[in-house]
Each structure stands twice: as C-alpha cells, then as structure tokens.
Ligand binder design. Structure first.
Ligand code: PRX
Length: 651
C-alpha cells in the first residue's frame, strides 16, 4: 500500500471556523464529541429521540452481533411520516420542499403538503399493482421530482427501492433487477442533458427484452414528450396512474430495521454488491449529519446538494436528510455547463442558496472554466460548502474557499461511502479548524483508526482506514449474500470494518484520505471496479485478455485505462480500439467507458501469472517504470510503454 500512501504531501495551512459562523452554529463547541466518547450508544439514542418521531420508542439502542448490527431495537416509525407528515402537522405544509429546475430552464416547486399528497397517491399506485411491504422496486429516472416521489412512495409502504443511476446500461438494469428480484421498474421517457432530451425508456425496454423476468410492470413518467413505445399490459403512464389514485394512505409504523433500500455499488469483483439500509438507524444518522455538518436552519436555509439521486449522496442528502430536517432544497436536472458554464452560480444567485454540496471533480472542472464564471454572480448567500466522493486536492480546496466561499465560508470535506449511509469523517463547520485536503476527524459517535498490514494501530503516518465501532447508518449487509458481507468488510482486520481506503494521520491528529487501496477506481467521484470493466472488455469478441487501471487525471481524479490483448487474427487499429471502448459503454454505461484502450501484444505478469497493475498504472501515468525484474518477459514493458506513449486510442 505504500504506493498509494507515498504521494502524500504535508499541508500546513489551518482555517479556524469564521467568528461570525461560530456564534450561530448548530454545533459550536466540542461537547457532542465528549458526550459520544463517554457513551456512544447513549449519544446515538439521544439523537434518535431528538431528531426522529417514533410511533413506538425503542427499548435497546444497539444489538451488536459482529458484524451484524440492529439499531433502535423494538422501535417503530414510518420514514415518510418523519420526512413529510410531521412537518405538515406542525403547520409547515406550505413550506417548499423542493425548488426544482429543469435543464431547459422550466421550474416547479413542491411544498411539503403537496409532496405528501403525491407520495400517498404514488404509494396507492404501488399497492394497486399488488406491491407489498418487503417487495423490491427498481427506479431508473432522470433528476425530476417524480424520482423522490417514487422513492418515498415505496418507503411509505415498506417496499424497498433500488435506484439505478440513469447513466447505466440495459445490462446493468438486468443484473440489478435479477439480483433484487424487482417486480417493477419506475422510469421516464427521458430527461434533459447537455441541451437535449436523452431517452431512458428504450434502455428499460432493451433490458426487459433480454432478461429481468421478475419485472411485471413499468411505470413511465412523461418528461420530454418522447412518445416511447408502451407495452400493452406491462407499461403504465405515471400521470394516468396518479390521476386515478386516492390520496388516502396513512403512514404505517414499521420496525426500525425494516429494509429501506438496496443500492448497488462496485466492489473488487465484476458483480456489484447490493448494499442494504434500514429505516431507523439510517434516518438518524443522515438527519444528524445533515443538521450539524451543513449547519441546517430549516426556517431560512436554501440547501443544494448538486449530486445525482442515483448515487448514495443523493439518497442521503437530497432526499432523506433534508426532508427529515424540513429544509427547502434546490434540485437541478441537468449538466453544469448547459446552457453556459455559469449555470451553477446562476442557480445559487437566483435561489439564494445557503449550502452547496458537490464533488472535487466538479470543482476542478470549474477551476478549468475560470474564475470569471462564478464572478458573474452574487454568491454571498452561501454559508457552508461541502465536498464528497474523492480526496480533494489542496489547490481545489483553496479555489473553492477563495472563489466560491469568499474566504469566509467553512468547507466540510465529508468522507463516507454507500456502505456507511451517511457522513463519517468530516469537519463540523462551527467547531473544526480545517486544513485544505483533510477530512479532519470522525463525527461524534463514529470511531476510526488506521492500521498497518498486520492490523496494528497506526497513530501517526499512513495506514488502512478502519471503523472500530458500529454506527447507526451502517449497511446491514449485502442483499442475498451475508458471507460476502463478512468477507468484504470484516475479515481483513479482525473486529474492524475495513472501508477499502488508505489514509494518513498527521502530527495534529488530522485524517487525510488518500484513495482506495483495492482494485476500485474513483472516476469523478464514482466507484467503478477494474474487474467490472475488464469483464466488459473481454466480452468483446476480439479481446482475449484485458487489464484495467485507474490513471491520474487532473479533472476526474482517475481515468480508466484498459490494456487489451487481441485474439489471434485481429489487427490492432485505432478503429478497433474505439469499438472496444464503446462496447464497454454499452455493456456497463458511459461512465465506465475507458478513456483510453491500449492494444498490447502481451501484459506484464509476475512469475506466478498475476498482472502487474502497478506497472500498468505507472505506464499510464507516464512515470518512470519501476522494478521489472519479476516480469515473465521484461520486453513486454517496453512495448507497453511505447504504445502508451503513442497515446493509445484516446479521444
Ligand atoms: O474512496 C472513498 C471515496 O469514495 C469511496 C466511496 O464511494 P461511494 O460508495 O460511491 O460513495 C461516494 C459518496 C459518499 C470511498 O471509499 N470518498 C468518498 N468521499 C471522500 C472519499 N475520498 C476522500 N475524501 C472524501 N471526502
């Protein structure tokens, strides 16, 4: 792991919370840390009772049968009653839940009362199709309001949703629906991206033509008037079903451990893992972190998480956290450069956004586009800036701080994962003195330690990041595969959750996340496994063998580089390389399409036959080649280096 840890550079600048901020912050001293250190279960029990309305109080805070956790045992709640009904009942029904903006510029607002009505109606649509508590439903939608309505409609009646990012392929839909045995897919005709309507429904049709026999129905929202084919008896228009649905659907109390959703994420094998989250613990931690990490003041704030709901960030910080806390959120459909490169800043100015949550890759792109873009707009309403998804380099942090935050807005660099459900390591904006590029410290009630290869605790320097105690929003397992859950997260270091990341602790006890230490790449903050891309590459009829690495990229953090060996009889060419790239795009979705495919005569292997990925990464990064003496055939390396220097088939 030293290869990942070794690139660390010391960053000494420290930014204490601005004075104006401390005085008003939801957390402005260290008391929650002290409280949680003394008794973390009692701390979380207090949060659960303060932030959530329970139909029946829980009697045991935590049942921990390592590695299986149950939180708030015996407690009953309805997650949508917490996100909607209780705000309406408290007289806040007219408060806006979502200020939605479509990419073409059309806008809609939805109050808490309106959202509740839509959710009840949609829950009745689901019931009408025979769906019951415990069933699974796949959602494949653009960033339109029907998406949170669909998720909440499922949650209201205990149907687990499994949201599939709209950029994924038909094959990805089949795999996920098969694994979860989803009975229904909720989709839309399309959504607007980069200035035009981009169809989604045909991808669902292709998926269902090739597999996913568990799916009985498809509900289709009409966003773009694309007039998709509707299969008689299977496909149902959203608007027609909703027009006929009753808005009477009382919130049924559910067990705290009721399955809320399954979200698939990439691991080190080609098969994505269905990460499971349950209602009580998940809502407690996302509501807690949303309130304290973003310093949410529901009366006055206009909060914006600019992620896609297809990823966990959107689940926790566009849907469940913000709604539980009763704040007004902005939701945006499209891309940040449509129609112009100041779209985000324009939205912030027009809606007077107070919190912005985005990814380092986006910040690096904004840096490239130039300071003149944000300078066209008044960004002075911003109070907290968040980042998530990958390590943020100090330059990007400083740019965010200076040009978006006006040098007096706290930045919260939040480390967490699909598996952790909510923020785990992050500054608290009114408490923590931040350092550019450091996620600082675990939140109150979360305990992290670095360990070395042998599992010994590291108190200064580099190591593997582990979590030492259960936390409320932890994954409850991998859908259908408890053994894989144990093996993946709990077997590398005994009694510890191993997240897959390397990190470093500096002399002041600050944590610096350094990226994955396994074969998982991070492309623009999205997790993609090398194995998944490799299996899509060898699926192409001309490819005999493939090796995939993530090379450094100024904007996307990492870029996918695929090395392929052709089957006999095929001539290497730029056209063939491009065809192979596109094949991966079709198999997995555009986000997993390699930036470069390099056709090589052979791959560098150790004597035992293992592909030398480090060397391939070095080649891709254009670095000096390392020690090659363990190569089966050292001449291969020179050949690869030459091919790489020629640029492969990059576009
Ligand atoms: O490597 C870490 C990186 O993203 C991984 C989790 O990816 P995913 O489950 O898709 O969730 C992304 C959004 C929560 C982690 O294992 N990561 C996430 N946030 C950070 C980060 N790396 C460094 N700093 C972060 N703030």
């Amino acid at each position: 792991m030293s290869e990942t840890i070794g690139v660390f550079e010391v960053e000494n600048r420290v930014f204490p919370p601005p004075e104006h901020f401390v005085g008003q912050a939801n957390a402005d001293d260290r008391s929650m840390y002290t409280e949680a250190e003394a008794d973390y279960e009692a701390f979380w029990a207090r949060q659960a009772r303060e932030l959530i309305t329970w139909d029946k109080d829980f009697d045991t805070t935590l049942e921990w049968d390592l590695p299986f956790a149950k939180w708030f045992v015996g407690g009953e709640l309805n997650i949508t009653a917490n996100c909607l009904d209780r705000h309406v009942e408290a007289g806040n029904g007219d408060k806006i839940a979502y200020l939605w903006e479509g990419e073409p510029g059309d806008t809609k607002t939805l109050t808490y009362a309106e959202l509740l009505t839509e959710v009840k109606k949609f829950a009745n649509v689901l019931k009408g199709l025979g769906l019951e508590k415990g069933d699974r439903v796949a959602i494949y939608m653009p960033m339109i309001l029907e998406l949170p309505i669909a998720m909440l409609g499922c949650a209201r009646i205990g149907v687990a949703h499994s949201v599939i990012f709209g950029g994924f392929s038909a094959d990805a839909i089949v795999d996920r629906c098969d694994d979860a045995q989803a009975k229904l897919i909720i989709t839309a005709d399309g959504g607007y991206r980069k200035g035009s309507a981009s169809a989604l429904k045909p991808t669902v049709d292709a998926a269902l033509a090739s597999g996913a026999p568990s799916v009985e129905n498809v509900i289709v929202a009409n966003r773009c008037d694309l007039n998709p084919d509707m299969v008689e008896g299977r496909d149902i228009w959203w608007h027609e079903a909703m027009a006929a649905a009753s808005d009477d659907c009382p919130a049924e109390p559910m067990d705290a451990e009721q399955l809320l959703y399954i979200l698939y994420t990439s691991g080190t094998t080609a098969k994505p893992k269905g990460i499971m989250h349950t209602v009580g613990g998940y809502l407690t931690q996302v509501a807690f972190t949303h309130k304290y990490v973003f310093d949410i003041k529901p009366e006055t704030d206009i909060y914006w998480c600019a992620a896609d709901i297809g990823w966990v960030t959107g689940h926790s910080y566009i849907v469940y956290g913000p709604l539980a806390n009763g704040v007004t959120s902005v939701m945006y459909e499209g891309t940040p450069d449509t129609p112009d490169k100041d779209r985000l800043w324009d939205i912030i100015e027009r809606y007077k956004v107070t919190q912005l949550y985005t990814a380092p890759t986006a910040i690096r792109m904004f840096m490239k586009w130039g300071v003149q873009e944000p300078q066209k707009h008044d960004l002075s309403t911003l109070r907290v800036l968040g980042t998530v998804g990958e390590p943020i380099n100090p330059e990007a942090w400083m740019w965010y701080h200076e040009h978006i935050g006006g040098e007096n807005t706290p930045i919260v660099d939040t480390w967490w994962q699909t598996e952790t459900g909510g923020n785990m390591i992050t500054p608290l904006p009114g408490v923590t003195a931040t350092k550019p590029g450091s996620a600082c410290h675990p939140i109150p009630g979360v305990f992290a330690e670095l360990v070395d290869d042998d599992g010994n605790t590291v108190t200064n320097g580099g190591g593997y990041l582990t979590i030492t105690k259960p936390w409320p929003s932890m994954l409850r397992g991998i859908w259908g595969d408890p053994q894989r859950y144990k093996d993946t997260y709990w077997s590398r270091f005994e009694g510890r959750y191993f997240a897959g990341d390397g990190a470093k602790l500096d002399d002041d006890g600050y944590l610096w996340l350094l990226g994955r230490v396994d074969d998982v790449m991070n492309i623009s903050g999205h997790r993609i496994s090398t194995a998944e891309v490799e299996s899509a590459l060898v699926d192409h009829p001309t490819v005999a063998e493939a090796a995939v690495v993530g090379s450094n990229d100024d904007v996307t953090g990492q870029a996918i580089i695929g090395y392929v060996i052709l089957r006999g009889g095929n001539e290497a060419s730029v056209e063939l390389g491009n065809e192979i790239r596109e094949h991966v795009g079709t198999k997995l979705g555009k986000i997993a399409r390699p930036k470069t495919v390099i056709i090589v005569p052979d791959l560098p292997k150790t004597r035992s036959g293992k592909i030398m990925r480090r060397l391939l990464r070095d080649v891709a990064d254009g670095r000096e080649l390392g020690d090659t003496t363990t190569l089966a055939d050292p001449s291969v390396v020179n050949e690869i280096a030459t091919r790489a220097a020629e640029g492969g088939d990059e576009d």
